[in-house]
Design a protein around this ligand. Structure first.
Ligand code: PLP
Length: 349
């Protein structure tokens, strides 16, 4: 096979959800964020695994993404849309029973006029300045809106992965100021917020990356293995170069393996000359440049040619590889390519 295999451990995702759920009090519900095709891992299988673990509320970025989740889960579970109620989405929100998190006075007006009585939440801006109703607007509309019965008042932390960042406390204070006394269910914490402790938990948490094994949830069970098949090997003499731009030149007689996956598959070109791939527990340096469909690896020190090499696996997790690439685990996960054969591991129910 000439395409790489992305193995996704659904049991690990379920276990991570349960573990994050246990980190909050009994009265705190744990939702699951499955936007961007469940962070690149395939929303149909991932959402079902999370529902199996006990998740009853799911968050997506856009109404279109909600369609796939509704199809996967059927009626019942709540599917919340973080971008709110955009013009043109009314029919979808109604037909698929999505719950928009309204972000502005425009969205609030649109929702209440086009779908009176249809469930909604409100996203408040407590300092991230990205999405949400701002303090002054909120003070103006809160009396009417609280009356209309939002399912959730939520906000999002900008620096939750830095526990000592002063914006965390500032956003917490602003969130209290905007929501205390409403008596409505509240949510402030994503993965990072859960780790900040119970003052950040309120009634509902919204973990995403932690479910998929990523930072800042360091105790997560790894979810992803990415194995790249060796297409060809060749012997290279000292002084010969490998790949585009002659970026790597052999200093000793070397064996080079060409493996199938490149930047078109979401492996950043910034990994060129820096990353390592693994044959079991033996690291092999990536040599030369990452090209569109291929990577070259120095396997001189291996006893024999492997059938495949892991670029994400037990010895090098998503965040470790992201560090080498100069990016974050979120970006690496959501860039995982369409060409990979996706294999799901799940013990039979
Ligand atoms: C993406 C997102 C989340 C999930 O964040 P993680 O850091 O992946 O846990 C939660 N809430 C909002 C508003 C988001 O945009």
């Amino acid at each position: 096979m000439a395409t790489a295999t992305l193995t996704i451990d659904l049991d690990a995702i379920a276990a991570n959800w349960r573990a994050l759920d246990r980190m909050t009090g009994a009265g705190v519900q744990t939702a699951a964020v499955v936007k961007a095709d469940a962070y690149g891992l395939g929303v149909t299988r991932v959402a079902r695994a999370l529902a199996g673990a006990g998740a009853r509320r799911f968050f997506v970025a856009a109404a279109e993404e909600g369609a796939a989740v509704r199809q996967a889960l059927g009626p019942g579970p709540q599917i919340a849309v973080l971008s709110g109620h955009m013009s043109g989405d009314t029919e979808m929100i109604h037909d698929l029973d999505l719950t928009p998190m309204l972000n502005s006075l425009d969205q609030i007006t649109r929702h209440l006029e086009s779908l009176p009585g249809h469930p909604f939440g409100v996203q408040l801006d407590t300092g991230m300045n990205r999405l949400g109703v701002e303090m002054l607007e909120w003070q103006a509309v809160a009396p009417i809106l609280v009356e209309a019965g939002p399912e959730l008042l939520m906000s999002h932390l900008a620096c939750a992965d830095e526990p000592d960042h002063p914006l965390n406390e500032a956003q917490l204070r602003a969130f209290h100021e905007m929501t205390d006394g409403t008596g409505l269910p509240r949510s402030l914490a994503a993965t990072g917020g859960i780790l900040l402790g119970s003052r950040y938990h309120f009634d509902l948490t919204r973990p995403g990356v932690g479910l998929y094994g990523g930072r800042p949830y360091d105790a997560a069970i790894p979810v992803v293995t990415l194995s790249l098949p060796v297409i060809q090997t060749r012997e290279v003499e000292p002084g010969e170069s490998v790949g585009y731009g002659c970026a790597w030149v052999a200093e000793r007689p070397s064996v080079i393996a060409t493996v199938a996956a490149g930047y078109a598959d979401g492996l950043p070109r910034t990994l060129s000359g820096k990353a390592r791939l693994w044959d079991g527990d033996i690291p092999c340096p990536l040599v030369g440049r990452v090209s569109m469909d291929m990577i070259t690896v120095d396997i001189t020190d291996l006893p024999e040619t492997p059938r495949e090499l892991d670029i994400i696996g037990p010895n090098q997790g998503v965040d470790a590889l992201a560090d080498v690439a100069g990016t974050i685990g979120y970006e690496l996960l959501t860039a995982l390519g369409a060409r990979y054969t996706r294999r799901y591991q799940e013990r039979p129910a």
